[in-house]
Design a protein around this ligand. Structure first.
Ligand code: 13P
Length: 246
């Protein structure tokens, strides 16, 4: 964790929670964030965004969408546009979360187009990258995550476009088997160095979050890594006590 980059602790609720639970989790996040020095964001399921936006109003907690479409509007049943997320009060949107890539078949091209839509709508994209266990075993981690990074960053329109990066190894998500801090340090170092190749200033400032089985017991070890600027948390974000502790 660098002293110049404010850490971002983000809770991705995925497809979890009733409306009442979403309200409880949001209220708990508001309370926990009140005394925190880091940034906090939550990513509810789309139907709860408007309700949660009301709870987060005037608080230190930002709202994010879990995904947005690669097109601005049209006949895309079930999809949600970046502009809709922005109008609902989102600051962030996840682009290319591993579950979008591997369960819903989003390609690098689709993820890049959704990132472009996010920027057009005034959202801050959180570009998610990560290798599968097979890719890691084959020694392809660096190649895969840099390919995913390049494909997303190609859609930045200029140096002032906002960007957050999340390194989430697919094998660490929901498995209880987090990457080691050394593995995160290596991957985050590759990602920051790649950003520096085209924009040294952005590389200094860009926040790179770690995600994958983060919990109150291990988060401290990740945040000690100089290139880790926060966490993207799934399962443990569904427990208000755990999320508050982190
Ligand atoms: P877990 O924290 O449940 O492993 O999920 C990580 C994740 O996918 C956050 O986006």
């Amino acid at each position: 964790m660098s002293t110049e980059r404010t850490p971002l602790i983000a809770g991705n609720w995925k497809m979890n929670g009733s409306r009442a639970e979403a309200c409880t989790w949001a209220e708990a996040a508001v309370q926990a964030a009140a005394g925190a020095s880091n940034d906090v964001a939550v990513f509810p399921s789309h139907p709860w965004l408007a309700k949660v936006a009301g709870i987060l109003a005037e608080s230190r907690v930002d709202l994010g969408g879990q995904a947005c479409a690669a097109e601005p509007k049209g006949a895309f049943t079930g999809a949600v546009s970046a502009a809709m997320l922005a109008e609902t009060g989102c600051r962030f949107v996840l682009c290319g979360h591993s579950e979008r890539r591997h369960v819903f078949g989003e390609t690098d091209e689709y993820v890049g187009a959704s990132l472009a839509q996010a920027l057009e709508a005034g959202l801050e994209p959180i570009l998610c990258v990560g290798e599968t266990s097979e890719e890691r075993a084959a020694g392809r981690t660096q190649e895969v995550i840099l390919r995913q990074l390049d494909a997303g960053m190609a859609h930045l329109r200029g140096a002032s476009d906002p960007l957050v990066i999340a390194y989430e190894p697919v094998w660490a998500i929901g498995s209880g088997q987090a990457a080691s801090p050394a593995e995160a340090a290596e991957a985050h170092g590759w990602l920051r160095a790649r950003v520096a190749e085209t924009d040294a200033e952005r590389a200094e400032g860009v926040r790179i979050l770690y995600g994958g089985s983060v919990n109150p017991d291990n988060i401290g070890r990740f945040l000690e890594v100089p290139d880790v600027d926060g966490a993207l948390i799934g399962g443990a974000a569904l427990d208000p006590n755990k999320f508050g502790a982190m």
